[in-house]
Design a protein around this ligand. Structure first.
Ligand SMILES: Cc1cc2nc3c(=O)[nH]c(=O)nc-3n(C[C@H](O)[C@H](O)[C@H](O)COP(=O)(O)O)c2cc1C
Length: 126
């Protein structure tokens, strides 16, 4: 976790990627987010938010769900929003794909790769 804390503290751009599991983020993503309560304490109790560097701080949320239900995206988005706010990332885009379940199925998606490319370009823009 110290390495993850350091990366979160010093990054200008942060991408959070997760499959949708049981209508939310995966446990692996969520357990990392929960450890970021330390940043919540810094920001809200000590009044020391992570400083924004000269390029600002921006995020991207990447989600893939096997079903066609929006719930998983909405629930994941709510958690990710709280995460980004806590680590002082004031703006983020969300890229989500539903109905992607089988191994490597994302490669068959008509727009995913192009969408990801555009999102990546938007992310690095200042
Ligand atoms: C434990 C588990 C729970 C899942 N729950 C959902 C769900 O609630 N909604 C959904 O759209 N897909 C759900 N899925 C399907 C995955 O989101 C889908 O298979 C996704 O492509 C997995 O990505 P990965 O291969 O990168 O892990 C679930 C899959 C697993 C294994």
């Amino acid at each position: 976790m110290p390495q993850v804390y350091n990366a979160i503290r010093t990054a200008d751009r942060i991408i959070l990627a997760s499959p949708v599991f049981f209508s939310g983020l995966s446990a692996q993503a969520k357990i990392m987010i929960d450890r970021c309560q330390a940043f919540w304490c810094e920001k809200y109790l000590l009044k020391k938010p992570i400083p924004e560097g000269k390029f600002g701080r921006k995020g991207l949320l990447l989600l893939v769900g096997g079903m066609e239900k929006e719930d998983g995206i909405k629930c994941s988005e709510a958690t990710a929003k709280a995460f980004f706010r806590t680590i002082n990332v004031p703006e983020h885009d969300t890229l989500s794909f539903l109905g992607v379940d089988a191994k490597a199925a994302i490669l068959e998606h008509p727009t995913a790769l192009k969408d990801a490319y555009i999102a990546g370009k938007r992310l690095i823009n200042i």
